[in-house]
Write a protein that binds this ligand. Structure first.
Ligand code: GLY
Length: 290
């Protein structure tokens, strides 16, 4: 008799679906961990860290700069035991998701933000790292310069998609976990925090499902989308992946076309996703015999 195992990750709604090289690597890493008996929590942290280290994604190294050309990042995670770890508007660390894990493990708190989060990270031994790549800096500077001379908002497209990476997983003990990490959205004010580290908006986990969302942070927080999907699934008659997919699709339908939204979710019988734009998604699921 064996238990079901699985992981699903995304590389941000609005990103081309073929931007999935890092997603595939993230799933491969998490799959090996889950097959070796690691908890879902550790699998989602490592999956997200792989994508944070890939400059193609807007998380960790490769994060979009703010209007003042600094990078501030948000990351959060949750388990089906109700454990939480979150950092918001943290600067100059390589892997915000690893700092969030330490917030969960080493503090009585659930969230640390700004300078306090950074000083906690340094006390934990996380070294200085500038996540702003030359490419991101140059693109942002070009767009800002053009915006100064024009009111053409389509110039923002030059910056590319601007979203989160996320992962959810199911482990051999039946534990579920969700994790998010982001550099935020385009041309933000310093200090702005979106949905990604907000419990119930960017992510939520119950005893029977785990959800991570991506899209326009302000709109996702208004709708509390991750919590709503979990609640809908908990109320579904059979708790099947089809019902989870339907809950995700219903939530996606609440967003107007111009407001990007995507979601990945996992229950004990499978992994699903839904989005209203393109979104690179990679998953692996192995059904148990018991
Ligand atoms: N979903 C990423 C953000 O709005 O910050």
């Amino acid at each position: 008799m064996s238990s079901s195992l699985g992981v699903i990750v995304h590389g941000g709604v609005g990103s081309p679906i073929d931007r999935d090289r890092g997603c595939k690597k993230a799933v491969a890493v998490a799959r090996e961990m889950l097959l070796s008996g690691s908890p879902a929590l550790e699998a989602v942290v490592e999956a997200v860290a792989v994508m944070e280290d890939d400059p193609e994604y807007n998380a960790g190294t490769g994060s979009r700069p703010r209007l003042d050309m600094t990078v501030e990042m948000d990351a959060g995670l949750m388990t089906s035991d109700g454990e939480l770890g979150i950092v918001a508007a943290i600067r100059r660390v390589k892997n915000p998701i690893r700092v969030a894990l330490e917030v969960m493990r080493r503090t009585p708190h659930i969230m640390l933000a700004g300078e306090g989060a950074l000083s906690f990270a340094r006390r934990c031994g996380f070294g200085d790292h500038d996540p702003l790549t030359d490419e991101r800096r140059q693109k942002a500077a070009e767009v800002l310069e053009k915006l100064r001379r024009s009111d053409d908002r389509s110039l923002l497209d030059l910056l590319g998609s601007s979203d989160t990476v996320g992962a959810v997983a199911l482990d051999s003990g039946g534990g579920l976990a969700a994790a998010n990490s982001t550099g935020g959205t385009v041309l933000m004010l310093p200090g702005r925090v979106g949905d990604s580290p907000i419990v119930g908006a960017g992510f939520y986990v119950t005893a029977s499902c785990a959800v991570a969302t991506t899209g326009v942070g302000e709109e996702i927080v208004r709708r509390m989308s991750a919590l709503r999907i979990c609640d809908a699934f908990e109320a579904s008659p059979a708790g099947t992946p089809e019902e989870l997919r339907a809950a995700c699709e219903r939530e996606a339908e609440r967003y107007p076309r111009e407001v990007s939204f995507g979601v990945i979710a996992m229950c004990r019988q499978g992994a699903v996703s839904a989005d209203n734009r393109t979104m690179p998604v990679v998953s692996w699921f192995e059904a148990g015999s018991g």
